[in-house]
Design a protein around this ligand. Sequence first.
Ligand SMILES: NC(=O)C1=CN([C@@H]2O[C@H](COP(=O)(O)OP(=O)(O)OC[C@H]3O[C@@H](n4cnc5c(N)ncnc54)[C@H](O)[C@@H]3O)[C@@H](O)[C@H]2O)C=CC1
Ligand SMILES: O=C(CO)COP(=O)(O)O
Length: 338
Amino acid sequence: MAEKIAVLGAGSWGSTLANMLVENGHDVKLWARNQAQVDQLNKEHINPEYMKNLVYSDKLVATTDMVAAVKGADVILIVIPTKGLRQVAGKLNTIIAELGQRPLIIHATKGLEQNTYKRPSQMIEEEIAPENRASIVVLSGPSHAEDVAIKDMTAVTAASADLAAAERVQRLFSNSYFRVYTNDDVIGAEFGAALKNIIAIGAGALQGLGYHDNARAALITRGLAEIRRLGVAFGANPMTFIGLSGVGDLVVTATSKNSRNWRAGYQLGQGQNLADVVANMGMVIEGVYTTKAAYELSRKRQVKMPITEALYDVLYNGKSIKTAIDQLMDRDLTSENE
Ligand SMILES: NC(=O)C1=CN([C@@H]2O[C@H](COP(=O)(O)OP(=O)(O)OC[C@H]3O[C@@H](n4cnc5c(N)ncnc54)[C@H](O)[C@@H]3O)[C@@H](O)[C@H]2O)C=CC1
Ligand SMILES: O=C(CO)COP(=O)(O)O
């Protein structure tokens, strides 16, 4: 059944998902804050700053007017980087309260908020009053926009405490190349999504420094161990970390040149400095900020996250990547299951 959907955020992921939802037969309005970008999307059907090779459907309508985007929408998909999520959710709350709507909220944001360490769905819960919304569903998993744009095969998860809502999202998004599974573990899905970006930066850095396959496999596996430790400390189901939003997303992000986080790590490994890497990416590198939040949270909760700590020292304390790697390898030997 066709639904009226508003997508907030027209970067690489928001615009690609909006286009896919149009092609799935839905009535979609895409909100962006930049007028020039909106004009290009509406007139030329391109979004070159974010998705160089995608020609968007002429049925996709973009607007800078959030009220116009949201009016009449049964479903709202938020795809804003973690840093801007709270502000956009707050604005959305005011608008849907005035319009008297109570939409289903989906988000695809991957990160933890600075200082509060809140997950995206927690920020949304805090900013959008329960009377202004239906359930919240997390859309996550191994899904580079670049692959979805060329209709490559992709599988993701829709996580929600409300199974009927997750199943509705499953039906909205699924098609011949995009397969959505459901899951009830929002905490696990969101921790997996946020923390894999830290390991992806590390994997890129290893490759940039000239390390090979064994090193990458070790980092991914031990990275997953610490992702799971933190997630479980906050109530996640350990099984979620061997699913799409766990190991699935970790593998795609830590092995792909399409990953902004991997590319950032690679450039750091090649000797570029962090400020230049961030300035030149042109898109959000969530892992840079998540590393700080996860490091602080792990200290507070007394969860061992040696790789996250090492990357924190590289990104925020000027430690060389080589020194950080040497120190990781030099730690006391331990059991794999600790
Ligand atoms: N790019 C991808 O393949 C995927 C990205 N994600 C996640 O989706 C989220 C968005 O990522 P991308 O689309 O890649 O980012 P991006 O950097 O390509 O685009 C972000 C968009 O959000 C807008 N934006 C940022 N702050 C805003 C604010 N305060 N108000 C309004 N608009 C704002 C920017 O103008 C830009 O249009 C991130 O959390 C990312 O981890 C998840 C899965 C896949
Ligand atoms: O989450 C993603 C793929 O699932 C996107 O990762 P990057 O932000 O590193 O490109």
